[in-house]
Design a protein around this ligand. Structure first.
Ligand code: ATP
Length: 278
């Protein structure tokens, strides 16, 4: 299958003082245009490494990464990234922080157009009125909202989210999940989300990929069919619980704490479960 993001047979080892550290092993992931793929797996299995490869910040030892039909060999302006720690610049206002990528990525927009674009995004995530504040004047959740705006301001094809909600409290995190759905409806992008939160993965993604322990390969795929707006209440249905149980078990397998299943590594969750998410 050809996707907007295509990771084909990617293998990578870090060179360390004690010799090579194999991290990814023949990894194959394809995300269609507009798709949202969540990647979960044991700590240290190589999830962040995968995001660096997609962003072109690293090159694989073997295999290829393709974005929009072009092989990735260097950093790409068409990728937006948001991390656990937003890293907003304190000497710039929130508006100026959001505009930053437009000052770096070549474009023909005037200053007024850049500001209008940033204001539009800030309003979309509920930060209207905070444009002139400094990052330290905002809560952690608000800073993360601003960081999402910064990642999207230049209309990237691909949005990479590396545990962006991991440091937030549960209520703020759930708020941000809903904001992500709003953003996705308004701003078409193709996304890869790295997360340790299985509920987050099934709430946000169309497909959840479980990576094996290091060196990581795809151990399990779960499709979460998208048929409409998602509602937090659906995370508390028996069907969602069943999906979470399957994923939890797969993580235990990846951690070597449960025996591997004899079934194939690709699965669609029970129809009722997938339907109940929407
Ligand atoms: N630049 C580097 N040089 C050497 N080893 C590295 C480097 N970056 C990461 N590693 C090692 O590679 C492995 C994978 O790291 P990575 O950060 O990709 O894992 P992860 O799955 O994102 O981890 P976590 O879930 O804990 O955030 C880890 O063992 C890490 O210590």
């Amino acid at each position: 299958m050809t996707g907007l993001i295509d990771i084909k047979g990617v293998t990578l080892a870090y060179r360390t003082d004690t010799g090579p550290l194999p991290v990814l092993d023949d990894l194959n992931i394809s995300v269609p245009e507009g798709g949202f793929c969540a990647v979960v797996g044991p700590s240290g299995c190589g999830k962040s490494t995968l995001t660096r490869l997609i962003a072109g910040l690293m090159r694989p030892d073997e295999g290829e990464v393709w974005l929009h039909g072009a092989r990735v060999t260097s950093p790409r302006a068409t990728v937006g990234m948001a991390f656990q720690n937003p890293v907003l610049l304190e000497w710039r206002t929130i508006l100026q922080n959001v505009i930053l990528p437009l000052e770096i990525v070549p474009n023909k927009q005037t200053k007024a157009q850049r500001e209008a674009r940033a204001r539009e995004l800030l309003a979309l995530v509920g930060l209207e009125g905070f444009e002139d504040k400094r990052p330290s004047e905002l809560s952690g959740g608000m800073r993360q909202r601003a960081s999402l705006c910064r990642a999207l301001v230049h209309k990237p094809d691909v949005l990479i989210l590396d545990e962006p909600f991991g440091a937030l409290d549960a209520f703020t995190r759930e708020d941000l999940w809903q904001t992500m759905h709003q953003l996705r409806a308004e701003e078409p992008f193709t996304s890869v989300l790295i997360t340790h939160d299985l509920r987050e993965s099934i709430f946000l993604a169309d497909e959840v990929i479980v990576l094996s322990g290091r060196p990581a390969t795809v151990q399990y795929r779960m499709a979460v069919p998208d048929t409409g707006p998602r509602d937090l209440d659906h995370l508390y249905t028996p069907e969602a619980a069943e999906m979470l149980n399957i994923l939890r078990h797969q993580i235990e397998v990846a951690q070597g704490r449960a025996p591997a299943d004899p079934e194939p590594a690709t699965a669609t969750p029970p129809g009722s479960a997938a339907q109940a998410m929407h």
